[in-house]
Design a protein around this ligand. Structure first.
Ligand code: PLP
Length: 459
């Protein structure tokens, strides 16, 4: 018999979490704080408490089992607790130690595999989080070009560091191109080091670069807007960015923290056949273990080092042996073409199925993104940048997301986050997801919910 859906234990634990953790979480991004969830669902938990995850499934403390399409915000490319990765990790931690503070052959093995996989990579430096990687990337670009300003785009997130924590998701009324500060504590003065542009807007970007190229060290971009529902680049757009950078002695940084090893073995660079000067990686590189990388052309990367004019890159946990063991096994698995073949086939059938159900229900449905990371929008108007996304209709998404949870399928409460798939998602998951989707849109269309209009949700 189908279990009654309840989040009672999560609600209770969340109340306890508020006693010990500010806002009850250890990352603001884990807070399903918005009325999209709290008002739609019964009870008012702002976070679901997870008990375990295995393969393509995740279980919460109320014993609800879900097909997991969040995958920890994207890292889990092979599946949770994937045997080959766990075997390598256990071997490392049980027999060979967890930290050395010295070089090891393992880091050379991983570096060699990584450099072979990533088109722009000639050398690489490993650290722990995506934020560290983007921080090092812009420091490197500033040192190499001897310029200070970074041009970034609205709707792009590059981690929580001060220099880039602008305009990832500005609120509804915020004027375009005006840097939006996402956090208190970031000095107002650093605004002068940032320019914000509209993505996919060839003309406007070229105009800004022409006017400011003497100050711009780098343009940093997610090659697919992984933090804005998977908006893809217009034809020729990434090539245009590269050529613009070359023309004005600016470095192009691809932040492949989400796309890397997820949408193709060589990431967006491979898919779109455009190489940046520098790239950052994390998430899928370790199938969920803590590892990131900054990589690029040798003469740029050679700025890392010791002494005058050199760029500092250090960290107790950089190239940690346990993470390296995970990355080593992950890269071995991913180098087998079967993995991406499976992902492509699964994604195609999932997306085709969703479109078919949507069309039969007469919904104005469109899918943004690519195989491995995509999102469903109930709005047919074209979405090419953050403002298009901000103005798109979201209310139906929230209702369907809630009904999907009840049906045992977990996607994020926020449609700016993508739906991710892994190598472990199988035929049973596909059928369950499509059946759940059909039921969810039926219920969401019929039920009266109290959803706060998105334009009224404060950041
Ligand atoms: C594109 C992108 N860059 C950087 C980051 C920051 O990575 P981390 O959370 O590992 O610091 C994220 C996190 O989601 C991201 O999506």
């Amino acid at each position: 018999m189908k279990k009654h859906f309840s989040l009672n234990k999560s609600c209770k634990l969340y109340a306890k979490a508020l006693k010990y953790l500010p806002a009850g979480v250890n990352s603001n991004a884990r807070l399903w704080r918005n009325p999209r969830f709290c008002y739609v669902g019964p009870g008012a938990t702002a976070s679901i408490f997870i008990k375990r995850a295995y393969g393509s499934h995740i279980w919460d403390v109320d014993d609800n089992e879900y097909v997991d399409y969040r995958l920890g915000f994207g890292p889990v490319i092979l599946g949770h607790s994937y045997p080959a990765v766990e075997k390598a990790v256990i071997k490392q931690s049980q027999n060979n130690g967890t930290i050395y503070g010295m070089n090891s052959e393992l880091e050379l093995e991983v570096a060699e595999k990584f450099v072979r996989a990533v088109p722009c990579a000639e050398t690489a430096r490993f650290s722990s989080s995506g934020t560290e990687a983007t921080l090092h990337a812009i420091r490197l670009a500033r040192a190499y070009t001897n310029k200070k300003v970074i041009l970034k785009f609205e709707g792009h997130y590059h981690g929580w560091q001060d220099y880039l924590l602008f305009s990832a998701h500005p609120p509804y009324t915020w004027p375009e191109r005006k840097p939006y500060f996402h956090s208190a504590g970031v000095p107002k003065e650093i605004e002068k080091f940032i320019l914000v542009e509209r993505w996919n807007d060839f003309e406007s970007i070229e105009k800004t670069v022409r006017a400011h190229h003497k100050e711009i060290a780098a343009i940093i971009t997610e090659p697919i807007m992984g933090n804005s529902g998977g908006i893809t680049p217009l034809p020729g757009y990434l090539k245009f960015l590269r050529e613009l950078c070359d023309r004005y002695d600016i470095l192009l940084i691809f932040d492949e923290v989400k796309t890397g090893f997820r949408i193709a073995f060589g990431g967006a660079q491979e898919l779109y056949k455009v190489e940046p000067h520098i790239a950052t990686y994390a998430k899928a590189l370790g199938n969920g273990y803590v590892i990131s990388a900054v990589t690029g052309e040798r003469d740029i990367m050679n700025f890392f080092g010791v002494g005058p004019g050199k760029v500092t890159h250090s960290g107790t946990y950089n190239a940690n042996p346990v993470s390296l063991a995970a990355a080593n096994a992950t890269l071995d698995e991913l180098s087998n073409k079967i993995v991406y073949k499976h992902l492509q086939s699964y994604n195609k059938r999932l997306i085709d199925g969703i479109k078919k159900i949507g069309s039969e229900a007469g919904l104005p449905l469109q899918i943004l993104g690519v195989s491995g990371m995509f999102q469903i929008f109930y709005d047919r108007r074209p979405i090419h940048n953050y403002v298009d996304l901000r103005n798109s209709i979201k209310e139906f998404y929230v209702k369907v997301q809630y009904e999907l949870l009840r049906e045992g399928v977990m996607i994020d409460a926020d449609n700016q986050e993508c739906i991710y798939t892994s190598y472990s998602h199988n035929e049973k998951d596909l059928k369950k997801t499509l059946d759940a989707f059909k039921n969810a849109i039926e219920k969401a269309s019929k039920t009266e919910y109290h959803v706060t209009p998105f334009s009224q949700i404060a950041d």
